[in-house]
Design a protein. Sequence first.
Length: 452
Amino acid sequence: MDKTKQLGTEPIGKLLTQYSVPAIIAMIVNAVYNIIDRIFIAQYAGESALAGLTVTFPIMMLIIAFASLIGSGSASIMAIKLGKNDKEGVSQTFGNSLTLGSIVAVLFMIVCYPNMNFVLSLLGANSSLLSYAADYMNIILIGFIFQMTSFVLSSSVRIEGNPMLSMTSMLVGAITNIILDYVFIGVLSWGVKGAAIATVAGQILGFLVLLSFYMRKRSILLITKENFIPKFEEIKDIVSVGFTSFLSTIGASVASVFLNRSLITYGGNAAITAIGAISSLSTLFLMPMIGIQQGMQPIISYNHGSMFKDRVNKTLLLSVVVSSLFAVIVFICLQLYPEAFMSMFLSKESSTMQVAVTGLRYYILMLPGLGIGFIGSAYFQAIAKSKEAIILGSLRQFILLIPLVIILPKLFGLTGVWLSTPVADAITILATAVLLIKDIRTPYEKVLMKTN
């Protein structure tokens, strides 16, 4: 049954709820299992093990960057083609994205495995953290190909009008991870290796849930062997549209290297442990905004392909409003009760607690405006405006955050490290708002001329 036509006919509020709520639930559960990973590791393996996992964050972000590159790029193109009723083109994009994802995953593992200790040392792992980080990553890489293909399949089933299946996949993976965390870390005392095995097992089961949709021939796509043969133009389009996701994610990975090094320099292991806890907490509360991103993307892309600019603008504005209201509520809670949230990861008696509380308060200063930044960047990607999307994707991480992490600590010490993130966020939010206002005011005829 073809459910895609509802994207161009149903009320925007209903559609955004229908597509965003399952994504939000899945994102929150996904964030919760990442937090539970760290809680189990901190409680059963110690703060050094938690710091070791924090060092692996740039590699984890690199993995997500490649998955986002292909998953988000193919998602926007498929939805736009569906809006144009080009089902043959959608099928070709789908097949090429899976082929490209598999090739990238295999190449990534071939490069990383023989050089793992060297890479982790470059990322700031000292002798006390290296063994924890290597034990974790050597297992995590096994699940990369399942994570990669799941990104593509999850985006595809959402576009086909099945956001609940995408949610189910993430829930199965997350719940599996949580249960196995208890068994492997809490009961069997396998430490970071147990956390990694639990994560990979969850990824495999989540992938199988998505794969079953296509194995049961529930898809509207015309899947043939020919569609999996790489075609240069198709891959170029996928990479072009998805590059902003790759750039922003890889930028976060690179920036985190500079951030970790500055934290170790100006705050020692306590600061690096603190940012691990802060990052986990931030991830939990940012997931609903990412869920709204995922929910709005097929709606905007489909209606852009169908040339319904009024529906595109309504979806954008509603997404910004909902995201911003949520961000304001979270900001107030975190500023009022930082110790309560940090105690999920750190002992209240730990000397690290005060460092983490101070860092959290600085780190989230621009949280109320992040809804504009999150939604704006995803919007330009959804309508295949690569130029604007790439500008926003590179602005925060490469152009602003990395220089700020280098400059501000020299002026303000550890406080300067914490301030680098909200300063970068403030400038990026302002730039995003300017580009969004300009695009909303652009007549649709001019939009077509620039994107076709």
